[in-house]
Design a binder for this molecule. Structure first.
Ligand code: GRF
Length: 193
């Protein structure tokens, strides 16, 4: 069985979308894959409860308990490696990962970023797209490399920026696309593994 480990920091709606599609499309049978664990750097991440309700193993590696980024990443890698994952999926995981961590999972570490990369890496993507006068915005699924929000693009979706859009309205429009393309990109990757 190909194990998928999902890392979250917050509400986990992308994680929930992946779990939903994995069940709907019976990934166990069709892809020989399962979401085996959901890990978070925050104990209060809403998505953890959601994962527990689906009988998925959960874990917390609290970054505040570690003196350095390297020490945190080492502890996180240990928790991940328990699952011997085929794929490690960042889904709203709000920590910058060290190059050492990233190289450990080369080719099997993916991220979703709410912009049309290479435009707007980093934070506040929706407001930045509005401020720049973009008429379209969107979301990118990409392989993770040591450069933040870079790496080979696996899939993208485009949405319009509407007159009078707020960052919140644009984020909601993009998020509904995230929930479509992330499970699809993961399924495609799993087929190739
Ligand atoms: C999403 O917009 C994702 O693209 C970004 O963080 C947000 C996470 O949302 N990286 P959720 O926790 O999956 O609901």
């Amino acid at each position: 069985m190909k194990n998928i480990v999902i890392l979250i920091s917050g509400g986990g709606s992308n994680m929930a979308a992946i779990v939903r599609v994995a069940q709907r499309d019976n990934w166990r049978e069709t892809l020989g894959a399962q979401v085996s664990a959901v890990l978070s750097n925050r104990a209060d991440a809403g998505g953890l409860q959601l994962a527990r309700e689906q009988n998925i193993a959960t874990g917390v590696v609290d970054h505040k308990a570690y003196a350095s980024r390297e020490a945190f990443d080492a502890a996180l890698a240990q928790a991940i490696d328990w699952q011997q994952p085929a794929l490690v999926v960042l889904a709203g995981f709000m920590r910058i990962l060290t190059p050492h961590f990233v190289s450990r999972y080369t080719g099997r570490l993916v991220n979703i970023h709410p912009s049309l990369l290479p435009a707007f890496p980093g934070l506040h993507t929706h407001q930045r797209a509005i401020d720049a006068g973009c008429t379209v915005a969107g979301v990118t699924v990409h392989q993770v490399t040591s450069e933040l929000d870079h790496g080979p693009i696996l899939d993208q979706a485009v949405v319009p920026v509407l007159p009078g859009d707020t960052a919140q309205a644009l984020a909601a429009r993009i998020l509904s696309q995230e929930h479509l393309i992330y499970p699809r990109a993961i399924a495609r990757l799993l087929r190739g593994l």
